[in-house]
Design a protein around this ligand. Structure first.
Ligand SMILES: Nc1nc2[nH]cnc2c(=O)[nH]1
Length: 433
């Protein structure tokens, strides 16, 4: 069913890849509820919604699209929801979820039309390679930031962290162990590296399980969006069109960009085409819609999937493993919270995966400024803005502009002009990137 042989993989590799991806992204079940509870959504409601939306999207991806790309609520959109939509637009969270729901429905409709294929094919190949490299830098930056290896600085914004802090030392030890394992070509090096780092964290007192091990998941208080017609009414009544547009645009491009980036890393693209793109995008749009009904912000293809791909994951068996583990995690929330609190356990994998994904910059045509500069902007802006969608937006705006400057405007797909204008409006006037 997963065509393991055809993809040059086997059950053991896929399961280790699934475990690797799971460990790098499981923090979401703790962090997402913390962020969304700032908007007043009950913690347990978001916890369950996060687990359910992740399982729906990831399972759909596994069984229908057969990609090793996990789906879960995105960490950019939840902050936008909590601090901008509910915080600044002064609507309550139920109304704000109506906007997320409507964006999800529109995304399902778009996923079913030829539009999705056209977007994927319209992205110039130098930008696609830029997206993969940009995601690589971004994911490495996340790893560096979370452990404190890179920290904030009043003038320079970021600087080297405190090399004596326990978290930094643990991350460096974990990085060294994982790199040694990789140099020795040990199968499952990223995963074994995480386990070794976890054991060291336990014996050095950084990781403890004093909150217990097992906990029965609490059921959500109810379905937030029970009636789609009411949700549309809420959006119209409160004039949340720009919010719906921002959720939709960011989600489509975050997901599409991540899918292309990770599929390229896994060698699963057929030239500029992504086979089964409809099914893959449907997995995300359905999860986003179901998530909105239960109480979480839009899902996205997860960049952390690149760690599972680096561990050898090539098929839906990787994502099936991730989905099953999320189901199990729902019953072990105290352990999940304890392990998620120690970012040094997963940071080495994120940093190393970043270096692997950077390889795609070798395929960019650096000799032609009109091809190179937009790709460079994508690579540069993803880590600096902490947003895949913003990186893509800057690439989409600059690419047609550079082509027009060079007198090559006819080479540009008409879609790119339309998206350049939409991204310009979104970046400059709507926020939510
Ligand atoms: N692509 C993607 N991956 C993530 N991993 C954690 N948050 C996100 C997100 O918002 N988008």
């Amino acid at each position: 069913m997963f065509k393991l042989k055809e993809h040059g993989t086997n059950v053991k590799t896929e399961i280790i890849a699934g475990l690797t991806t799971f460990l790098t992204m499981v923090y979401i079940v703790v962090v997402n509820p913390i962020i969304l509870s700032e908007a007043g959504v009950p913690f347990d409601q978001v916890f369950t919604a996060t687990v359910v939306a992740t399982i729906i999207g990831t399972l759909w991806m596994a069984l229908s699209a057969n990609y090793p790309i996990a789906i879960a609520p995105g960490m950019g959109m939840n902050a936008y929801f909590a601090y901008t939509v509910v915080g600044a637009e002064k609507v309550n969270y139920e109304i704000a979820f109506s906007a997320v729901f409507l964006a999800g429905i529109l995304f399902i409709i778009l996923s079913l039309t030829p539009f999705r294929k056209q977007i994927i094919e319209a992205i110039p190949s130098n930008l696609k390679n830029g997206i993969t490299a940009g995601i690589g830098l971004f994911i490495a930056f996340i790893g560096l930031r979370l452990t404190g290896l890179i920290t904030d600085h009043p003038q320079n914004l970021v600087t080297l962290g405190d090399l004596h802090s326990p978290s930094v030392v643990l991350a460096l030890v974990g990085l060294a162990i994982t790199l040694i394992l990789m140099s020795l070509n040990v199968h499952g090096a990223l995963f074994i590296g995480m386990i070794c780092t976890g054991i060291i964290a336990f014996f050095t007192g950084q990781l403890s399980f004093d909150q217990g091990i097992v906990s029965i998941p609490k059921l959500p208080e109810g379905i937030i969006i029970a009636n789609p017609i009411d949700a549309i009414g809420d959006v119209i009544q409160h004039g949340l069109f720009a919010v719906v547009f921002s959720f939709l645009l960011v989600t489509i491009f975050d997901t599409t960009g991540t899918m292309i980036g990770v599929a390229k890393q896994a060698g699963l693209m057929k030239g500029d085409e992504m086979p089964n793109a409809r099914k893959a995008l449907l997995a995300d749009s359905i999860a986003a819609t179901a998530g909105a009904m239960l109480g979480t912000t839009p899902t996205s293809a997860y960049i952390e999937s690149s760690s599972g791909v680096a561990a050898g994951g090539r098929t839906g068996l990787t994502t099936l493993t991730v989905a099953v583990l999320f189901g199990v995690a729902a019953f072990f929330s105290p352990i999940v919270a304890a392990v998620s609190g120690i970012s040094a356990i997963t940071a080495p994998a994120l940093i190393i995966v970043g270096s692997l994904m950077m390889g795609s910059i070798a395929e960019i045509n650096w000799k032609e400024i009109d091809e190179a500069f937009p790709a460079f902007l994508v690579i540069l802006s993803m880590p600096l803005t902490s947003s895949i969608a913003t990186g893509i937006a800057l690439g989409f705006i600059s690419y047609p502009l550079m082509k027009v400057m060079k007198g090559k405007w006819k080479e540009v797909h008409p879609f790119l002009y339309i998206f350049a204008v939409l991204f310009f409006i979104q970046l400059f006037f709507l926020g939510g990137h």
